[in-house]
Design a protein around this ligand. Structure first.
Ligand SMILES: *[C@@H]1O[C@H](CO)[C@@H](O)[C@H](O)[C@H]1NC(C)=O
Ligand SMILES: *[C@@H]1O[C@H](CO)[C@@H](O)[C@H](O)[C@H]1NC(C)=O
Length: 146
C-alpha cells in the first residue's frame, strides 16, 4: 500500500467515525458538544443533540420537550408509559423505576408490587399465613379468607 492509500483509508475511517457520532450522539448520556463534555442544558434530559443540545429523550420519570414535566403520580419510566399497580401509597411510587417506596398493598410483594403473595400467605408484606382453607376455596392473597 502506498502512503497515499494509507492516508485515504485513514481519512475515510475518520469521516465514518465522525458521521457515527453525529448520527448517534455522545456515548455518555446527558452530554453533548464536540468533546461530549458539556452537560445537556435540560437537567432531566438523557439524550441531547450533539451540536445544539436540544433534548431528544428524557430520563425515565420525565417528559415534555425539555423534560420539565415529572410523570403523573401512579406512572413511571421512559415517557411515563408504565403504571404503578399495587403500591400501599401510590404517591410513593418512584417515577424513575416504579419502586413502591413505602411497600405494597396487602396481597402483593416485590419492589414493583406486581407479584401476588405466594400461595398460602396473604396480607401486608405477605406476612400472614393462611389457615385451614378448604381445598376448593383458595386462600385469598389479600384477606386470607375466600
Ligand atoms: C475539548 O477538549 C479540549 C482539550 O481537552 C479543550 O481545550 C476544549 O475546551 C474542549 N472543548 C469543549 C467544547 O469542551
Ligand atoms: C428506584 O428509584 C428510587 C428513587 O426514585 C431509588 O431510591 C431506588 O434505589 C431505585 N431502585 C432501583 C432498583 O433502581
Amino acid at each position: 500500500m502506498s502512503l497515499s492509500d494509507v492516508l485515504a483509508v485513514w481519512l475515510c475511517l475518520l469521516t465514518v467515525s465522525q458521521a457515527y457520532v453525529e448520527v448517534y450522539g455522545c456515548p455518555a448520556t446527558g452530554y453533548f458538544g464536540s468533546n461530549c463534555s458539556v452537560p445537556c442544558p435540560d437537567v432531566n434530559c438523557q439524550y441531547c443533540h450533539i451540536k445544539t443540545g436540544t433534548c431528544q429523550g428524557c430520563k425515565p420519570g420525565y417528559k415534555g420537550h425539555r423534560c420539565e414535566i415529572t410523570c403523573e403520580r401512579g406512572t413511571y419510566g421512559a415517557g411515563c408509559k408504565e403504571t404503578c399497580e399495587h403500591c400501599r401509597d401510590v404517591n410513593q411510587c418512584s417515577v424513575n423505576n416504579g419502586t413502591c417506596l413505602t411497600g405494597c398493598d396487602a396481597g402483593f410483594k416485590g419492589d414493583l408490587c406486581k407479584t401476588a403473595c405466594d400461595r398460602g400467605s396473604y396480607g401486608y408484606d405477605c406476612k400472614e399465613t393462611c389457615g385451614h382453607c378448604r381445598d376448593r376455596y383458595p386462600c385469598s392473597n389479600i384477606k386470607g379468607g375466600v
